[in-house]
Design a protein around this ligand. Structure first.
Ligand code: SF4
Ligand code: SF4
Length: 104
């Protein structure tokens, strides 16, 4: 499984449902998103990029050196705030100026 959905942060907007190329995300009877077959997720991150509530965490497993950390992105008009929750609980936040993000 490559993503985790934080039900408390989900507002049921369905953006992730529309974004998932594998049709893996559904909305439950409480109006919150859940991943239907986590074993089929291949970690493309499309859902995470579309979520405006920061409700989708990307699991950084040992295979990519993430040691079980969880990462999510929250955006406002000018910044993208990437938050990594390390497996030991230590947080790491990287703030990117969205206007500068495509400059070399
Ligand atoms: S990471 Fe990709 S495949 Fe996995 S649930 Fe999200 S959109 Fe679907
Ligand atoms: S995009 Fe985010 S807020 Fe919207 S339904 Fe999916 S998890 Fe919930």
């Amino acid at each position: 499984m490559s993503i985790r959905i934080d039900r408390k942060s989900c507002i049921g907007c369905r953006a992730c449902v529309e974004a998932c190329p594998g049709n893996l995300i559904k909305i439950d009877s409480d109006g919150r998103a859940f991943i239907r077959r986590p074993e089929d997720c291949w970690g493309c991150a499309s859902c995470m990029k579309e979520c405006r509530s920061g409700a989708i965490f990307y699991f950084l497993g040992a295979d990519i050196g993430g040691r079980g950390a969880l990462m999510r992105v929250q955006r406002d008009a000018s910044t993208a705030r990437w938050t990594i929750q390390k497996s030991d609980g230590e947080p790491l936040t990287i703030v990117v100026d969205r206007k500068q993000s495509n400059q070399y």
